[in-house]
Write a protein that binds this ligand. Structure first.
Ligand code: ADP
Length: 484
């Protein structure tokens, strides 16, 4: 096994009220390396009884933590940032082992997650407030912001460090306590991050973590507790809807980062080199396992041949393998289920008339690998047009008119991100205005940025993470009327 961290130093227990502890039932579950199918660690399998201890600890800690000073919170976040940066190699190695992404990408994610901590350390001291006078001059109106309260954080496996950091950082900055459930496929990176927060001086009870192989009873314990005031979830739209229904019972504030079905549009006047470069990033970052991944490529017929040929060539040259090995550019998918899904989406598209330009195969040997694949002439009724592929498969469909491509691009329940390639500023602005999405990339295949508001519209979610608005998700407004 090629690990550059010492497996005996991994945290594998629950973290509740400032202490590491076994699951009450004593159960554990295995974490697998998706490149080798080897078991990396056994992690505590928490149940509802552990969830209850965690949310009670978060509830008890809220009053004091809510009164901590902005500077204290900023300093903790800043120390956590420094520690994450100092531990980049170790965190990246853990992430690659449990999730599969190549080490270079894992290091990129550590930098992105760390930047979230730094950004919110800077925002923590700038929450501010407002004051004004009523129009009749009789009342002074004082507007202050307060932490929303104990918050439930649930994260997916595809960005094991960044998804946690993107929720924990604004919650800490706002003065909220937390119960955190990382994805069962990738709990080790999250536990390492929690350890860093403890080292950074976060008080006991502020951040509690329950790992579990059975998410539903743990999270439901929290949403039904009456203690939690907020839920922040990143994951599939289906689970998001379940959690929104649960949140409705106790009228909890909700932030949801759900699925996407990103269009990647190459207009006739696009710079094809830029478009190919953007396509590689938008499709292949994280092996295509990202909600921001380009899911549908719409390419103007006049540039179809050039774009397809250059893009397919680059895709076919990518080195697929264990992400821990030097030179690997594409790691495995996370699990057999993901691999089966990708294979069946490709088979469906081909059965409906799509042609395979490169890839479309599954390498021999261990691990959940799939070859980078480009399909063309993909018909609009192919299942992958309305399903998140979550794998290294690019589906190209030619178009003739801009009105037509806008209509088709918007013909989806999702609205997270859209990518447009054009050298014409007017067209760029038109597409930016008319695409029904929360984020638009113009001549770029990468939109994630700690200082920008990340999030989607339609069934891609509610609320934003990052940017100036990110902290607002964890704050309530209180207004005091003072007679004058
Ligand atoms: P993905 O398809 O990316 O794995 P999921 O929505 O299934 O997305 O998972 C995202 C997170 O939601 C994970 O932490 C998972 O354990 C959790 N989860 C899955 N099902 C439920 C559920 N019924 N209730 C609460 N959390 C859940």
């Amino acid at each position: 096994m090629s690990l550059s961290f010492d497996p005996t130093t991994l945290h594998t227990d629950l973290f509740i009220d400032g202490a590491w502890r076994k699951a009450t039932r004593g159960a554990t579950f295995a974490v697998e390396n998706p490149a080798t199918n080897e078991i990396i660690a056994q992690v505590a399998d928490g149940g509802p009884e552990d969830a209850a201890l965690a949310i009670e600890a978060a509830g008890r800690a809220q009053a004091a933590w809510g009164k901590s000073t902005p500077r204290e919170r900023a300093d903790i976040l800043r120390r956590a940032f420094d520690l994450v940066i100092a531990n980049t190699d170790r965190l990246a190695a853990i992430m690659t082992a449990e999730m599969g992404k190549p080490l270079a990408e894992a290091k990129g994610e550590v930098a992105y997650g760390a930047d979230m901590l730094r950004w919110f350390s800077e925002e923590a001291v700038r929450v501010g407030g407002d004051s004004t006078t009523s129009v009749d001059g009789n009342t002074r109106i004082l507007i202050s912001k307060e932490p929303v309260g104990p918050s439930v954080l649930v994260t997916p496996w595809n960005f094991p460090l960044a998804m946690g950091a993107r929720k924990i950082a604004p919650a800490v900055a706002a003065g909220c306590t937390m119960v955190f459930k990382p994805a069962e496929l990738t709990p080790l990176t999250s536990l390492a991050l929690v350890d860093i927060f403890q080292q950074a001086g976060l008080p006991d009870g502020v951040l509690n973590v329950v790992t579990t192989a059975s998410a539903a009873p743990v999270v439901e314990n929290w949403t039904s507790s009456g203690i939690a005031r907020k839920i922040s979830f990143t994951g599939s739209t289906g689970v998001g809807k379940i959690l929104l229904r649960q949140a409705a019972e106790n009228v909890m504030r909700s932030s949801m980062e759900l699925g996407g079905n990103a269009p990647f549009i190459v207009l006739a006047d696009a710079d094809i080199e830029k478009a190919v470069d953007g396509a590689m990033k938008a499709k292949m970052r994280n092996m295509g396992e990202a909600c921001t991944a380009a899911n549908r490529f719409f390419v103007h017929r006049s540039v179809l041949a050039e774009f397809s040929e250059k893009f397919s060539k680059k895709m076919s040259e990518l080195r697929v393998g264990d992400g821990a090995l030097d030179g690997t550019e594409v790691g495995p998918l996370i699990e057999q289920k993901g691999l089966d899904k990708v294979q069946s989406l490709v088979a469906d598209a081909v059965s409906k008339g799509a042609r395979v330009l490169t890839g479309g195969t599954r390498p021999e040997g261990p691990g959940y690998f799939y070859t980078p694949t480009v399909l063309t002439d993909v018909p609009l009724d192919a299942d992958l047009m309305s399903t998140e592929i979550f794998g290294p498969v690019a589906a190209i469909t030619p178009f003739d008119s801009e009105d037509e491509v806008l209509r088709v691009a918007n013909d989806t329940d999702w609205g997270l991100v859209g990518y447009v390639f054009t050298e014409n500023t007017g067209k760029a602005m038109r597409f930016s205005a008319e695409l029904e999405v929360g984020m638009v990339g113009i001549n770029t295949g990468l939109v994630s940025n700690p200082i920008a508001p990340f999030g989607g519209i339609k069934q891609s979610g509610l609320g934003r993470e990052g940017g100036k608005i990110g902290i607002e998700e964890f704050l309530e407004y209180k207004y005091t009327a003072i007679a004058i």
